[in-house]
Design a protein around this ligand. Structure first.
Ligand code: ATP
Length: 578
């Protein structure tokens, strides 16, 4: 496919505000793609060069892009900056300055050229990166330049999530029932490009052959929630109850001496945990293994576990070694997905656990999560209270005979957190879909409140549930506005369902955690809207922490969860538990 053709699709995707139309455009694009470039087309549409777990960053800043445009268009950087200042979009800036026809480059060619930019690193790489990009820009038309410019600085803003791609792929094949098969393969390899390529090359039979492979992260299993231990036992019977550690989830892939780690969001996090890498190399008694657990900072002297905020400091590029000395980590292993040629994901929890324990050498920084097995709700409460006392988040109960549910949130794992037993369940993760400018004091920050939405996997849309203005410091508000302006779009995104009209719409991209006093029914929001037009809303919401970089938009809480929490909250009111 010609790259110009792809940009025509991008333009249409950019312009649509209708979800169905978006699916049509996208499936039209996939229908037209061939097996040579479908993977690249998918990556590019999602604003990336490769799946995030491969950790390939383009490494282009606005400044470098400005210099590349200036070089290509033979225009002083000052002039480029002026135009950028005026229109606020380096894509449009490139479009305005690049006025020639272009050489009709293919998607493959453009992809390779951008990949060269990304792969150029090390000493003197800045100039070479600029050189590569400017020579690419010299060979494309203005419209192509617009999308290349946006792409290289991570501002494509199409907001196409993984479920959208899966659905559109199935649609493109003219068979929506393919979706579960595609999803299964995706859950096992976390690479949509690879799934699509396999589909076009080998058909559904090829897709069915996907299996767990060391080095390809498996999409992580997640917990459902219930408000009481009685309900947990009622639901899954005798269960393994584990401490719920509040740290950083890590999926470790061991291939002999090669160790890789991935976050909950399937980003490569290997560099963050050098001591865990060493420990896995030395103390996991298997040549190949995929192990999951929670990494947590702790006090070596007292054994006390530190808070999430302290562990999260590891999320940086430099100074890890010093941090590792100040805040050493423990790794609490809680699942085994693969070991020495055997796929454990289909095996019952209890068997996985047994094998996991047998692989871990004793008295190292790796230890199995603490656990006990019971069918007594009272014993769970006691364990729960102890866990909370020790500074843990609560407990996770696991069904003894359940397989590992890659990429799913279901009742095989059920979390019980302290807050469920008071007024409102838990904190809620919402996706930001726009913001209001704010009046009075707030006006000077240009942002007064964000519009937050929860996710509806059935329709693959984001439905609004709250406006959040409190909980942010002044510094955070300013930072937030700047960050959001970078993903601003001129109209409501096609995957957003909203009755409210914020001053600025943004691409659904960032997740934020909020606390609220209560969930109420409300006609102002679309989350859970019934026939009468009444949805659900958060009462007195306030932000806790800043953006959740470890979550994708689709990791926000779902509409179904909000409705369930509303139900739990009613029950909790009726029955003050102690
Ligand atoms: P939360 O914000 O409550 O962590 P979440 O949406 O990130 O929610 P959940 O599915 O609700 O994820 O909870 C599972 C998370 O709890 C896992 O991602 C993992 O990081 C953490 N966790 C801590 N201890 C355990 C454990 N023993 N077993 C499973 N998950 C655990």
């Amino acid at each position: 496919m010609k790259f110009l053709r792809l940009t025509n699709y991008f333009e249409r995707l950019d312009a649509t505000t209708k979800r169905l139309e978006m699916f049509e455009i996208l499936s039209g694009l996939f229908k037209e793609s061939n097996k040579e470039d479908i993977d690249k087309i998918i990556y590019l549409s999602q604003g990336q060069l490769l799946p995030p777990f491969l950790g390939l960053e383009i490494g282009m800043s606005e400044k470098l892009l400005i210099r590349s445009i200036s070089d290509a268009a033979k225009t002083p950087t000052k002039k480029v900056e002026e135009i950028f200042k005026r229109n606020g979009d380096l894509g449009k800036t490139a479009e305005e300055l690049i006025t020639w026809k272009g050489q009709g480059l293919t998607v493959e060619k453009v992809y390779e050229e951008i990949r060269d930019v990304a792969l150029t690193t090390g000493a003197g790489s800045v100039e070479r990166k600029i050189g590569y990009l400017s020579s690419l820009l010299k060979g494309v038309s203005s419209k192509e330049a617009k999308y290349i410019a946006r792409f290289v600085i991570g501002r494509l803003r199409l907001g196409i999530g993984d479920p959208t791609v899966l659905e559109a792929l199935a649609l493109a094949q003219g068979d929506r029932t393919l979706r579960p098969e595609l999803e299964r393969a995706y859950n096992l390899c976390s690479d949509l490009g690879l799934v699509a390529k396999t589909l076009l090359e080998k058909g559904v039979t090829g897709v069915r052959k996907f299996h767990v492979r060391v080095g390809y992260p498996i999409r992580m299993a997640l917990c459902e929630r219930l408000p009481s231990s009685e309900e947990i036992i009622e639901k899954i019977g005798k269960a393994a109850v584990e401490a719920k550690y509040d740290g950083f989830r890590v999926q470790i892939h061991k291939n002999k001496n090669n160790i890789d780690m991935f976050s909950r969001n399937l980003e490569r996090t290997t560099h963050m945990f050098p001591e865990i890498r060493e420990a896995v190399r030395n103390f996991i008694k298997a040549d190949t293994a995929i192990i999951e657990g929670e990494a947590l900072a702790y006090n070596e002297a007292t054994g006390e576990l530190y808070s999430f905020q302290i562990t999260m400091q590891r999320k940086r590029k430099h100074g890890i070694e010093a941090l590792a000395r100040e805040y050493p980590l423990k790794f609490f292993a809680f699942d085994l997905l693969f070991s020495d040629g055997i796929d454990y994901t289909e095996k019952p929890y209890i068997e996985r656990r047994k094998k996991l324990e047998s692989l871990i050498k004793k008295d190292t920084i790796i230890e199995p999560s603490s656990l006990f097995i019971t069918d007594d709700p009272k014993a769970i409460y006691k364990y729960f209270e102890d866990a909370v006392e020790r500074g843990l988040e609560g407990v996770v109960a696991k069904r003894l005979d359940a397989p590992y549910s890659a990429g799913a949130r279901n009742f095989n794992w059920i979390k019980l957190k302290r807050s469920y037993r008071s007024e409102l369940a838990d904190t809620i993760d919402i996706c930001i879909v726009g913001y209001f400018k704010g009046r009075g004091l707030r006006a000077r920050f240009g942002i007064g409140a964000i519009l937050g939405a929860v996710y509806d996997p059935k329709t693959d849309t984001f439905k609004t549930v709250t406006k959040v203005g409190s909980g942010f410091s002044e510094v955070e508000l300013e930072k937030l506005r700047k960050i959001l302006d970078k993903i601003a779009i001129s109209h409501k995104h096609a995957r957003v369902d909203s009755l409210m009209n914020p001053d600025v719409w943004v691409e659904p991209h960032y997740v934020i955690t909020v606390m609220a006093d209560e969930i109420t029914r409300s006609p102002g929001h679309t989350a859970g809207k019934d026939k009468e037009g009444i949805g659900y809303a958060l009462r007195f919401p306030r932000a806790v922490g800043f953006l959740r970089e470890d979550k994708k938009p689709e990791d926000a809480n779902t509409v179904k969860e909000i409705i369930e929490m509303f139900g739990h909250q009613k029950k909790a009111k009726a029955r003050p538990t102690g």
